[in-house]
Design a protein around this ligand. Structure first.
Ligand code: NAD
Length: 283
């Protein structure tokens, strides 16, 4: 049985990831600074800003955490504006540095971490260079939250340059949605502007968890970022209507179907075998 440490396992996405990986046969330990709500999950309380404790956990000072095959790092303040910019970048960047350095010291060769769609230029007050957006253009962080994700991706890239056996995957998640939230999608159906900030995208938390599982199985060394979104938009309006109204000048790189996501997931499909199957439309 392969063992994985999941940081942020008590969070919105983390709960889905922990459950999915357990069901997929992984031996999972969740670490977070708040308890996990499910008592069947093995969880350890730690503040990732405490570098000594993170190092202790990952380098096998106690039996439960020894011989880890992989780390999934999700813990973060998950959006701009929830805390001060200083608190956000301090928490996110230093937590990530502690996790990545401890993983390196422990000789762990597989790290999957949560980056964010925000690195693509959200909230798109400056329009995207083209749609569907993809991983091909330089990150465009517009907040300290997003900047922390760009710096984490850069850190991963350099660590992989130093260690040719290391495989690090940055999952640029779209807006994570728990299926119980789908009824609230009615609130923005009448207005193309309300969700323009992320090109009308989302990721069903169950498919977010699937992306983590697929990324864990991706063995190619080096750093690779992937956009992770559900295959459709959050809108009943068609892409033609939305783009004409909000981004009439933005080039459409290829034909897209009426409700296809404009957050391109082709790379994740091709390299990870990511095949999301859930949609708010199925409710
Ligand atoms: N929610 C979204 O829409 C969204 C979109 C894109 C990317 N992401 C990223 O996905 C990841 C998970 O997001 P989420 O929505 O589950 O967030 P969440 O806030 O629900 O969960 C994050 C968890 O991390 C823990 N945490 C934060 N700082 C910590 C620290 N210093 N030490 C220990 N634990 C700490 C929190 O206690 C929390 O349980 C984050 O990295 C976030 O930036 C989220």
């Amino acid at each position: 049985m392969r063992s994985v440490l999941v940081t942020g396992g008590s969070g919105k996405l983390g709960k889905f990831v922990v459950r999915h990986l357990m069901e997929s046969g992984w031996n999972v330990t969740s670490i977070d600074r708040v308890p996990h709500p499910d008592s069947r999950v093995w969880s350890t309380i730690v503040d990732l800003l405490d570098s000594g404790s993170v190092m202790d956990l990952m380098t096998g000072a106690n039996e439960r955490h020894s011989k880890l095959d992989a780390v999934v790092h999700l813990a973060a303040i998950p959006a701009p504006g929830l805390q001060s910019d200083k608190a956000t970048i301090n928490n996110n960047l230093n937590s990530t540095l502690n996790v990545f350095m401890a993983a390196r010291n422990a000789g762990i060769k597989k790290v999957v971490f949560a980056s964010s769609e925000t690195v693509l230029g959200l909230p798109f007050d400056t329009p995207p260079p083209y749609v569907p957006v993809d991983e091909e253009y330089e990150p465009r962080p517009e907040s300290f939250y997003s900047l922390s994700k760009v710096l984490e991706e850069r850190l991963a890239k350099e660590l992989c340059r130093w260690d040719h056996e290391l495989s690090m995957v940055g999952l640029r998640f779209s807006n994570v949605i728990d299926p119980i939230e789908y009824p609230s999608f009615e609130d923005f159906q009448d207005d193309a502007i309300k969700r323009k900030w992320n090109l009308w995208g989302y990721i069903d938390a169950r498919d977010g968890a699937l992306a983590v599982e697929k990324a864990l199985d991706y063995e190619t060394p080096g750093f690779e970022p992937f956009i992770i979104a559900s295959p459709d938009s959050v809108m009943r309006m068609t892409n033609t209507q939305l783009l004409q109204e909000v981004f009439p000048e933005v080039a459409l790189r290829r034909q897209v179907s009426e409700h296809e996501t404009l957050l391109g997931i082709e790379k994740a499909k091709r390299l990870l075998g990511f095949n999301p199957s859930n949609s708010w439309r199925d409710l």
